[in-house]
Design a binder for this molecule. Sequence first.
Ligand SMILES: Nc1nc2c(ncn2[C@@H]2O[C@H](COP(=O)(O)OP(=O)(O)OP(=O)(O)O)[C@@H](O)[C@H]2O)c(=O)[nH]1
Ligand SMILES: [Mg+2]
Length: 445
Amino acid sequence: MFDELGTKLDGALKKLRQRGVLTEPMIKEGLREVRRVLLEADVNFKVTRDFLGRVQERALGASVLKAVSPGQQIVKIVHDELANLFGDEPPTIARATLGPTVILMVGLQGSGKTTTAAKLARRLGREGRTPMLAACDLQRPAAIEQLQTLGEQVGAEVFAGEFGGDPVAAARAARDRAVESKHSVLIVDTAGRLQIDEALMDELGRIKDAVQPTEILLVADAMTGQEAVTIAQGFDEALGITGIVMTKMDGDARGGAALSIRGITGKSIKFVGVGEGLDDLDVADPHRLAGRILQMGDVVGLVERAQVAIDEGEQAKLQERMLGKGRFTLEDFLVAMRQIQKMGPLDQLLKLIPGAGRMKIPAANMDPKRMKHVEAIILSMTLEERRNPKILNGSRRARIAKGSGRPVSEVNRLLKQFKEMQKFMKQMKGMMGGMAGMPGMPFGP
Ligand SMILES: Nc1nc2c(ncn2[C@@H]2O[C@H](COP(=O)(O)OP(=O)(O)OP(=O)(O)O)[C@@H](O)[C@H]2O)c(=O)[nH]1
Ligand SMILES: [Mg+2]
């Protein structure tokens, strides 16, 4: 799913990611590359244009996050906006307030309606709901049998209309039966046609009236590209669909349909079919889908954590001390420890910074209880001691131990750690020369 698109987008963003400083022309050029990739993947022109407009606006207006590089920040923005193309939040299947929740499956021939109906029954069954399947494609005997076989496999009761009978009457009977047998969900499978025509829409319209569906899911084949978007528009105009299931995303579909369909129809993808197996149905979670396209979850995670954790003011002060004047005191150590604790394990975090893997990382056990002890020890020092730990001789250490209620050995260990951190900061300073976090780094104009 999205493999080719992902690789190409990664290539387009690589240049931006590798630069320490980004100017407006560089950003614009990088985004032109992204545009080319999206259009090549068959993403709708208008969707692409709006998408890039939003990315550019956010990229140029973004405030500099000191903990990450500007290129990493752009990756995050692109990721967010990709997720936005799919929707704001993970989709859900609505529940009827009265009687069974009825899900009507519609779509063209061979798009995957019958298979998806069964996959959905299995999923909802596992969620503790009691789905019943209704075979209302009565044009081909094989269609009824297909659903019966699938129903058996997923352990759902199947209500089948009669071959050659009236699908509208069958749908109504299925609903009555579901009410009677207290099934909480009724999934109605319908016939497909080679193309959208009046007869098909008319029949579906009457089935809709008969069963009063809670959801009308359009099942669309991703392999048909932009055609899927046009089909969705057609079904929506005629029936008012509530969501889309994009099937065959495991194939070599270029992804354009999936990325465009919400922008054009206003309806979200609720599920994606990723194989012929009955478990091959994923909830279309916008962030997960964006993550599959842009396989840079580590960068995205890093920026997210930096955004959450960094207190801008404190960070600026700390950075100036660490990297500016090159003086790193025990007070800074305390601030750093607190921030690191907020951001998660230090070693994990450092893995995300390019080049940091080679460095010796000070052993920092960030268990909250230990953090309290660190604080107690540092706060038991005088201001002078905190700023100039060199004067901490044996008797001073003993006094601090007593004051903080911690053993001397722990005071010693903390001072050793502080020294390591100081050394580490010096290395960092070398590494970060001209890179992220240096004051005066332009991000926009
Ligand atoms: N690889 C892959 N195959 C799928 C997926 N969904 C459905 N299929 C296959 O597509 C073919 C058609 O699926 P059906 O469920 O019969 O399609 P339909 O829309 O009910 O077709 P009609 O009833 O003829 O209109 C079957 O061979 C399915 O196994 C998917 O997500 N991935
Ligand atoms: Mg079918």
